[in-house]
Write a protein that binds this ligand. Structure first.
Ligand code: SER
Length: 890
């Protein structure tokens, strides 16, 4: 049975039993305690906790899920996978154990021909929580499972929670007995390889607190209602129903694995190492495509890092499979999209975007591998020169941090060089960096406040009303004050404070728009607000310093924003919408916004594109946008339903989550976009928009920077002065400047080339002389020579090859040229065919010379290069090589 069919049957079964089918939520979790959705119940958490009223009493879903704790284990075993899908049915205070258990049993055992999964009853086992006699009774009396196939297990196995504070409860799990060939008798308590868990039914009943691991977390109390959360892993079910051994061999995953094998000309099941790589590629492509599909872009932090790590591990493993410089990610992503497209049709419609992102990450990582490898070689050389057996943690960290070299790559390449890596040192530096980043982002979002303190404040304040679309000044009441993250009743002069009001004209940073600044006044108190954040939807935290007086909770205040700053930011925001529309008009709808920052007078706009945007396109977009300004189109904002907005073709941001009601911002009939930000009243208020240029910010994402209003004008004025100066200095009219500069540059280039030629010619002049002065050692012509200081490594090499080429083919020859290009000695050895026939190897001879110079090097048998640190030892090095030649020949 195909994966898509398994999902269809599951959902149909529960739909027929009154469940609302809820489409999978994005992998990007709305829950601030999670990076990615890691269980089917995550989107329903507020319903279990009673924070939100569920719109339906029962639901079923096939939810996309990612577990990233053990990415390193993926592929090494056949059990781990990062991305999978959870089929689940849920009751929110509706039915409980007595219905959930029979439902699961019915669907599992119903014959395939009748829409079930056709499991033989006598091969299913159940486990229940230690004292859950109720569940035991239902299994035994109602369903009829014999007592010896129902086992009781403790907290670690049969009590489920998300691992973080939230809903939890005892669970009952259903296991399938794969048969004696898979392990010992005795049920799931005896052997979980033979007895495979297929379905977990959790009876959500309690709320848990923080800490305490898997078995000792505190129970805070009862949930408002007894509920049900079940989870059946689709991939595992598919493995069983498709009669394959593991999740890598099921329909959706195997297609990718098979494609990877075909492309790299390997075969699955022949070589254990290659099998690991093939599984990594298959798993990571699935996960990567799904993440990009949900709007994640590769980056160095958070979800972006999870994605980057997986794409890079996939590329790395393709190379281990022998891909070399070949690029296979496009084809593999296409295979993945085709394999998953039945269940997720949006992957097909977003294919262009997904390919752009993945292809770009591949390009950038292959580049990384090239530069990083050079840096790595230098680090190895230095380590070896010091005679150390271990590559320093700092070097591994630098490779990782600056060149994006994954540590497993460094480990592997170091091992090939006979070196170990100081992994502890590396991890220490990584942790330090991670802690710094965490502290930074926590401080930014919450001002160091404990999330729970802010949560409590939100409960008290309710949703803060935003008045800033229409007002710059408003009366409000202080509902909370925080100093150093703790709630306080009052704050006096000199204190840095965070203020929560019941309503506010201040715009909190969000949607790419920087926050408002301004003041909050009450009686004699004045707080100067410099930062405004919204750590959770509905909560606005104003951060600033009390400049005078004392501000108190419960007090009435006037909140007033800095109007100039707001206007300048609004101009940028409207300009961003225009530029977004402009790029889509010029490049097509795949030029989707990937980020933006609207600051006073200037803005940044990131969007997806497969390569650099030509200057001509930038100019066209700029001109089109400025025409919109001149036409002074009205800006109009209003609320409507999401479906209405979509049918009007409003631009929505990729991967952004929208509620049922959305706000639309229109600029005349030129641009229509979903947006919560603030804007100007008409496009003429922008004055001028000047695009400064575009650049790559990696992973198929381009960044355009631009100026708006007076800032744009000042920029243009400065440029004009600059051009005037140049035209005066070069004594030509402005229009002739490019031609003149081009003339100067090309004359300079020609002169440099000429100089280079002369230099090479001088070096090579001596080649004939060197060849004729060769010494004969045992029938081999041997030349050892020190070139003048300052001769480049390239010229040393050319000279060695030139001299070698002057000997007839049947005459064995070995040439060694040494020199000091800058401050360190370099040696090049060249041996011709006949010389190699006599056992002489350039790589080995260079090694001998380099050793005498206090360095290292090596290379191929015909030409090799090395170097060291002791230029004064060049004479010794030449002697040592001659000695080695004699030894070899004798
Ligand atoms: N939440 C439970 C699990 O993830 C059941 O859906 O196993």
């Amino acid at each position: 049975m195909e994966s898509a069919e398994i999902a269809r049957r599951f959902l149909r079964f529960f739909e027929e039993r009154g469940h609302t089918i809820v489409p999978s939520a994005s992998l990007v979790a709305e829950d601030p305690t999670l990076l990615l959705v890691n269980a089917g119940m995550v989107p329903f958490k507020p319903y279990f906790l009673g924070q939100k009223k569920p719109p339906y009493p029962r639901a079923a879903s096939a939810q996309k899920v990612m577990r990233t704790l053990d990415i390193d284990e993926v592929g090494k075993t056949t059990r781990h996978a990062s991305f999978f899908q959870m089929l689940g049915n849920f009751s929110f205070g509706d039915y409980f154990k007595d219905q959930a258990i029979p439902y699961a049993w019915e669907l599992l055992t119903k014959p395939e021909s009748e829409g079930g999964f056709g499991f033989p009853e006598d091969r299913l086992w159940a486990t229940v929580y230690l004292d859950d006699d109720e569940a035991f009774g239902i299994w035994h009396d109602k369903v009829g499972v014999p007592a010896e196939r129902i086992q009781r297990r403790g907290m670690a196995d049969n009590f489920w929670s998300m691992g973080v504070p939230g809903p939890c409860g005892p669970c009952t799990e259903i296991y399938y007995d794969r048969g004696p060939e898979y392990g010992a008798e005795g049920g799931p308590v005896a052997d979980e390889t033979r007895y495979l868990e297929v379905w977990n039914n959790v009876f959500m009943q309690f709320e848990r607190g923080a800490g305490g691991g898997k078995e000792g977390f505190p129970i805070l109390g009862d949930l408002p209602a007894k509920s049900v959360d079940t989870g059946m892993g689709l991939e595992r079910m598919a493995a069983i129903l498709q009669g394959v051994d593991n999740i890598y061999e099921i329909d959706t995953t195997y297609k990718i694995l098979d494609k990877a094998a075909e492309l790299t000309r390997s075969r699955y099941g022949r070589d254990a190492r290659a099998d690991v790589s093939l599984r990594v590629v298959a798993d990571h492509l699935r996960a990567g495509v799904m993440l990009v599909g949900d709007g994640v872009l590769p980056s160095n932090e958070g979800r972006g890092y999870v994605l980057r790590r997986m794409l890079r591990r996939a590329i790395r493993n393709l190379r281990l499979l022998g891909a070399g410089e070949e690029r296979y990610m496009h084809e593999l992503a296409a295979t993945t999209i085709a394999a998953m497209g039945d269940q997720y049709p949006e992957l097909k419609s977003d294919a262009a975007h997904i390919h752009t992102v993945i292809d770009a990450e591949e390009t950038s990582f292959l580049g990384t591998l090239r530069t990083g490898t050079a840096i790595f070689d230098a680090a190895v050389e230095e380590t070896k020169r010091k005679g150390a057996p271990v590559l320093a943690g700092g070097q591994a960290f630098q490779l990782h941090d600056t060149y994006g070299f994954p540590i497993d790559l460094t480990l592997e390449m170091a091992a090939e060089q006979g070196l170990r890596v100081d992994e502890d040192g590396f991890r220490r530096l990584m942790n330090e960096q991670r802690d710094r980043a965490k502290a930074d982002s926590a401080a930014k979002k919450t001002g160091n406040a404990d999330v729970s303190v802010l949560g409590a404040m939100l409960d008290r304040a309710g949703r803060v009303e935003f008045l800033g679309y229409d007002h710059t000044l408003a009366e409000a009441t202080v509902v909370g004050l925080l100093v150093d993250g703790a709630s306080v009743p009052a704050a006096g002069a000199g204190t840095t404070v965070e203020v929560v009001l019941d309503r506010t004209p201040f715009y909190a940073e969000g949607g790419g728009q920087l926050c408002d600044q301004g003041t909050i006044r009450a009686g004699g108190a004045l707080v100067e607000i410099v930062d405004v954040q919204s750590p959770f939807a509905g909560l606005v935290v104003h951060r600033g310093k009390v400049a005078q007086g004392e501000i108190r909770v419960g007090e009435a205040v006037q909140a007033e924003i800095d109007v100039e700053r707001r206007r300048a930011i609004s101009r940028s925001h409207t300009a961003t919408h225009l530029v977004h529309r402009g790029f889509r008009n010029a490049l097509g709808e795949s030029a989707a916004q990937a980020g933006s920052e609207n600051s006073p007078g200037r803005f940044r706009f990131d969007f997806t594109a497969s390569g650099a945007v030509p200057v001509s396109v930038l100019r066209d977009v700029e001109e089109e946008v400025n025409a919109v300004l001149v036409n002074d189109l009205k800006v109009h904002a209003y609320h409507t339903s999401l479906s209405e907005a979509r049918s009007m073709g409003a631009l929505a941001l990729f991967g952004e989550k929208y509620g049922d009601e959305v706000r639309i911002v229109e600029v005349g009939d030129y641009s229509r976009e979903l947006c919560g930000g603030t804007h100007v009243a008409s496009s003429g208020q922008l004055g001028v928009v000047k695009v400064l240029g575009e650049s790559s910010i990696g992973a198929g994402v381009r960044r355009v920077e631009a100026l708006v209003g007076v800032d744009a004008f000042r920029f243009l004025a400065r440029e004009s002065v600059l051009v005037a100066q140049l035209s005066e200095q070069l004594k030509v009219r402005r229009e002739e400047l490019p031609e003149r500069v081009e003339g100067i540059v090309s004359r300079l280039r020609a002169a440099e080339r000429e100089l280079e030629k002369l230099r090479s010619a001088r070096v090579l002049e001596v080649a004939g002389e060197l060849a004729s002065s060769a010494r004969d050692i045992d029938g081999v012509s041997v030349v050892t020579h020190r070139a003048p200081d300052g001769t480049s490594p390239d010229d040393l090499r050319k000279l060695a090859l030139d001299v070698r080429g002057r000997f007839p083919g049947d005459r064995a020859a070995m040439i060694l040229i040494a020199g000091v290009p800058a401050d360190r000695p370099v040696v090049v050895a060249a041996v011709n065919d006949a010389g190699r026939g006599r056992g002489l190897k350039a790589g080995r001879l260079v090694g001998v010379a380099a050793k005498a110079l206090g360095g290292g090097g090596g290379g191929k048998d015909d030409v090799a290069q090395g170097g060291g640190v002791r230029a004064e030892a060049i004479g010794d090095a030449l002697g040592a090589v001659e000695h080695a030649v004699r030894e070899t020949l004798s």
